[in-house]
Design a protein around this ligand. Structure first.
Ligand SMILES: CC(C)=CCC[C@@H](C)[C@H]1CC[C@H]2C3=C(CC[C@]12C)[C@@]1(C)CC[C@H](O)C[C@@H]1CC3
Length: 359
């Protein structure tokens, strides 16, 4: 059973016609970091973790429409096979997680940090399960509900505005057959905090599957180049603190999970790298349908988007600060590609973890 508070949230009516975004939050988003990675200290990190809701909401209030424009409705990366079109690969990555988390027909599943619901809709169709998506960004929750209604899936997939650091309060203990998170729990101030909540809302014997964003084992905080890449990934992606793989593994174990499988999917010997679609290299285009997605990341494509956002902001058609977030997204793309090439970062550290039956 879900708790009263979540039932209330599930029946909340969208505020039609109202822009729920926090404009001041968007305008001040980049101020959570010192612009120079060398000057961004432990005190900055600690402040971002204390104010993670403002950091993450400031980012997504500004970035969501840009994401949809540049990437679609599933806000994550994926592996690619040769000749595989972009959206097919994105969906396959979601199917793979559903398969690894053993999600089956009729299961009650929680999607932690569900974005605008692209993965939830796809996994619901793929497995015939029922999904609740939780997300602390109201703008995304409203968009997720709208898109889901349009897809005719509202009976199967619903969305709750809520904090992933307080899932028990929202849903009650032992509520879900399975939980998954796709490139979302890196926004949490601590992995122990969010994984601990996930552990509690899972039924005993239930599985948690996650694609985690991590710095790799070769990452060295004291190396200025590594720190520069880490800083760019944080600032460009609304992440209070980028942490190493070992910390995610330890956090899962500390809160009580048994890790059944782990694999950094970025380390597979893929002929098409996961980061090709943000590299701006048109020669890597896998299908003609992917041309628009790839073109947006070329120098010309980036400039067109940049001027477009600048003009929209001047005309008051997008909130003030959206241009800054768009600039931060360029930093994101460059830092992610650098992190991948230098083997310092993965967006697809897969963990499949089970809550013991005895709990
Ligand atoms: C932030 C986290 C944890 C996950 C999101 C991963 C990706 C979906 C995004 C990471 C960088 C983003 C960029 C864009 C779309 C979404 C990402 C790939 C753009 C392509 C959106 C359009 C802009 O003009 C350029 C962006 C570059 C970065």
């Amino acid at each position: 059973m879900v708790s009263d508070s979540s039932s209330r949230a599930l029946t909340e009516q969208p505020k039609n016609g109202t822009d729920v975004r926090n404009r001041a939050g968007i305008a001040s988003y980049t101020a959570h970091w010192d612009a120079q990675s060398s000057q961004d200290t432990a005190a900055h990190t600690s402040r971002r973790k204390d104010h993670y809701t403002d950091v993450v909401n400031g980012y997504y209030d500004g970035a969501t429409e840009l994401y949809e424009y540049g990437w679609g409705e599933s806000f994550h990366f994926c592996r690619y096979y040769k000749g595989e079109p972009f959206y097919q690969a994105i969906a396959r990555h979601e199917h793979y997680l559903a398969h690894m988390a053993r999600i089956k027909k009729g299961d009650k599943v929680l999607d932690v940090g569900c974005g605008v619901g692209g993965p939830a809709r796809e996994i619901a169709r793929f497995t015939d399960c029922n999904i609740v998506g939780v997300n602390n960004n109201e703008f995304q929750v409203l968009r997720a509900r709208k898109k889901t209604a349009k897809a005719g899936l509202s009976d199967q997939v619903s969305f709750v505005k809520g904090d992933f650091m307080a899932l028990v309060e929202q849903f009650g203990e032992n509520s879900f057959d399975a939980v998954y998170a796709i490139e979302a729990t890196c926004h949490a101030p601590s992995w122990e905090g969010v994984y601990g909540q996930i552990f509690k809302v899972l039924k005993p014997g239930g599985v948690f599957g996650v694609y985690e964003w991590c710095m790799s084992d070769t990452f060295d905080q004291s190396n200025p180049r590594h720190k520069e890449i880490q800083h760019g990934i944080e600032l460009g992606n609304g992440i209070p603190e980028m942490r190493p793989i070992a910390l995610a593994r330890d956090a899962l174990k500390t809160v009580g999970f048994e890790i059944e499988h782990e694999e950094d999917l970025a380390q597979r010997d893929d002929p098409v790298e996961w980061w090709f679609s943000i590299s701006g290299d048109l020669s890597k285009c896998q299908s003609m349908w992917d041309f628009p997605t790839l073109f947006r990341m070329t120098k010309v494509g980036r400039n067109i988007t940049g001027y477009g956002v600048w003009a929209l902001e001047k005309l008051g058609l997008v909130p003030k600060g959206t241009w800054d977030v768009q600039e931060a997204l360029k930093v994101a793309a460059d830092s992610l590609v650098a992190g991948a090439k230098e083997n310092l970062f993965t967006p697809m550290m897969l963990f499949v973890a089970r809550k013991p039956h005895s709990q």
